[in-house]
Write a protein that binds this ligand. Structure first.
Ligand SMILES: Cc1cc2nc3c(=O)[nH]c(=O)nc-3n(C[C@H](O)[C@H](O)[C@H](O)COP(=O)(O)OP(=O)(O)OC[C@H]3O[C@@H](n4cnc5c(N)ncnc54)[C@H](O)[C@@H]3O)c2cc1C
Length: 550
């Protein structure tokens, strides 16, 4: 039995149980831990393995939400964007975003209808509408925004800069948001920070809420099958697209979620990487939906779709791939792009509120936390975290925590608003005196922020060598991750502790070499190591569209 389970069996009473280790559950966990609250988070999979890993990787104010006249949401998102740039500078970096514009005046009628809250289908947006939107966006970002204001380029200037852009443009506009390079790692850092801040805060990956009755909640260890029962005063249901399923399992059925699936693809296409340059391209597709694409470490990330679904475990299908490819082809008609360039796919379901909006894009991305009071034989209230965005996780967590502190009769001790996260503390300090090359130190800094100190110290404490199958990583670096980053399955490393999966670099030799390094550290006998290789390969094929015909 896991030691944490044994401990819970002896001490089952706790103030708050959080179900779901995506960004919203982890954000609440961190915020409650800062207030010294005894809190347990359980995640049925790995931390940040659900929708929180399927995001576009943009920390943004939500320019598009201005069309729905959601000014409060945009202001809050911009504030949180600016805070993340300051608190997590190792992962959250400015991202210039360029919009190709094809006419001057279109989109004005839908924009006015939206402002008046009359139903309207989104369509093409012309230069006038975009200019008004970007001016408002800069204003809402405030004078203390760390990012520059928007600019326009004439057709001639834009094509000189990006010769393969669609020549039918009349101009382009460029504004700034931020990219997040490693959302999965930032989640892990928030967990680690929380546990360091409060001895009564514990987060367990691969533990599922199974059922509940009376005041008890039964948890199941997904690795061993062990179960234990805890008695929380309050439950936060942060299960994202699974929220209604979890409430049903607790015995308090709800109908909060009306999810939409969103898929991305990753392409190996050097010509497109050159064409996009440092910018994210923000392209309005034929149906009025926005497709974005930008370069990440020599690959192109492109997406996303927005399709109603009731299945939280859905994956990216071929028609979505074609839809995204079509949008890219419209933006850069001279560059051939097809399915053979796609090296990875990913998909997630937005935990949006049920809605009868005309199109999925018009469903608000704002958050709420409806409360199910004790009842139906269940002795605790359930706060369900509905909607929201990655960008605004801290604001949501702060609001939920304020309410919970009132219920628990506990004071607020600290604010997270100006608190650096994980490897953002002291950034950009570099490890000193390690003897590692400057290039290696830079890559460690990019991967771990100031956490590179600990990684570098581990690397030089024993003989090390680059991976034979992927020399950008070394054997001891993978060892360090396996030892100290809550890894329980091989895919935790490939998909969430590193960018190996996202960048389409998880070939069979890489998977096998990683398994051989991790096995002795996690005490895997040969049959477990083989099962981990099979599990990872299957996951990459069935969920992420990779093929292993080599
Ligand atoms: C395609 C797409 C692109 C997006 N892009 C952006 C973007 O660029 N910027 C942005 O700000 N936002 C973006 N978002 C929105 C953002 O990703 C989500 O709002 C956010 O990640 C939701 O987080 P969550 O913690 O609520 O849900 P999740 O991350 O899904 O977490 C819920 C967790 O609950 C767990 N769980 C379920 N059942 C149980 C159980 N019984 N026991 C224990 N655990 C359980 C699941 O395994 C899951 O990990 C995007 C969303 C999508 C789909």
């Amino acid at each position: 039995m896991r030691p944490e389970f044994a401990e819970l069996q002896n001490h089952p009473d706790l103030s708050v149980l959080i179900v779901g280790g995506g960004i919203n559950g982890i954000g609440c966990f961190n915020e409650l831990a800062l207030q010294g609250i005894d809190v347990l988070l359980v995640e049925k999979s790995d931390f940040c393995a659900g929708t929180s890993a399927a995001m576009t990787r943009v920390i943004h104010g939500g320019l598009r939400y201005l069309e729905n006249a959601e000014f409060r949401l945009v202001r809050e998102s911009l504030r949180e964007r600016n805070r993340l740039i300051r608190n997590a500078p190792h992962y959250v970096k400015p991202l210039p975003t360029t919009i190709p514009i094809f006419n001057w005046t279109s989109g004005m009628v839908p924009a006015v209808r939206n402002l008046l809250r009359w139903p309207a289908r989104p369509g093409d947006r012309g230069a006038v509408v975009i200019k008004i939107g970007l001016t408002l966006y800069d204003l809402l970002a405030g004078r203390r925004s760390p990012l520059p204001r928007h600019t326009f380029r004439s057709r001639r200037e834009a094509l000189a800069l990006r010769p393969s852009l669609n020549p039918e443009i009349i101009c382009t506009a460029t504004y700034f948001d931020a990219r997040i390079t490693c959302p999965e790692r930032l989640c892990l850092e928030l967990v680690q920070d929380a546990e360091a801040a409060c001895p009564h805060a514990h987060a367990l990956n691969y533990v599922r809420l199974q059922s509940a009755s009376g005041g008890g909640v039964t948890l199941r260890d997904e690795l061993s099958g062990d179960t234990c029962t805890v008695r929380p005063r309050i439950v936060i249901n942060a299960a994202g697209a699974w929220i209604d399923g979890v409430n049903r399992d607790i015995g308090r059925p709800s109908q909060f979620i009306g999810g939409t699936k969103g898929s991305h693809i990753v392409l190996d296409h050097p010509e497109l990487v050159r064409a996009t340059g440092d910018d994210m391209i923000y392209f309005v597709n034929r149906d009025g939906r926005i497709c974005i694409f930008y370069a990440v470490q020599g690959k192109i990330v492109a997406g996303a779709t927005d399709i109603p679904t009731t299945d939280p475990e859905t994956s990216c299908d071929d028609s979505e791939v074609d839809y995204i490819l079509h949008a890219m082809q419209q933006a850069f008609p001279a560059i051939r792009v097809n399915r053979s360039h796609v090296v990875f796919r990913f998909c997630g379901v937005r935990p949006l509120p049920r809605s009868n909006a005309l199109t999925p894009g018009q469903i608000s991305r704002d958050h709420s936390f409806p409360v199910l009071p004790p009842g139906n034989g269940i002795g605790f209230p359930i706060y369900s975290l509905v909607g929201g965005k990655w960008t605004t996780f801290r604001a949501l967590a702060e609001q939920v925590t304020n309410q919970l502190l009132r219920v628990l009769g506990r004071p607020r001790l600290r604010s997270s608003a100006h608190l650096p996260i994980g490897g953002g503390k002291g950034y950009p300090r570099m490890p000193q005196g390690t003897g590692l090359s400057q290039a290696r130190l830079l890559s460690l800094q990019e991967r771990y922020g100031t956490g590179a100190d600990r990684v570098a110290a581990y690397l030089v404490a024993g003989p090390d060598s680059p991976l034979a199958s992927l020399p950008a990583y070394s054997c001891r670096e993978i060892e360090f991750i396996a030892r100290s980053e809550r890894v329980l399955h091989l895919d935790d490393i490939i998909l969430r502790r590193t960018l190996i999966g996202l960048l389409g670099e998880a070939t069979r030799p890489v998977i096998e070499e990683l398994a051989s390094i991790v096995a002795p550290i996690l005490h895997w006998p040969p049959q477990t190591a083989a099962a981990e290789v099979a599990r990872t390969t299957h996951l990459l094929q069935s969920v992420h569209g990779m093929s292993f015909n080599d």
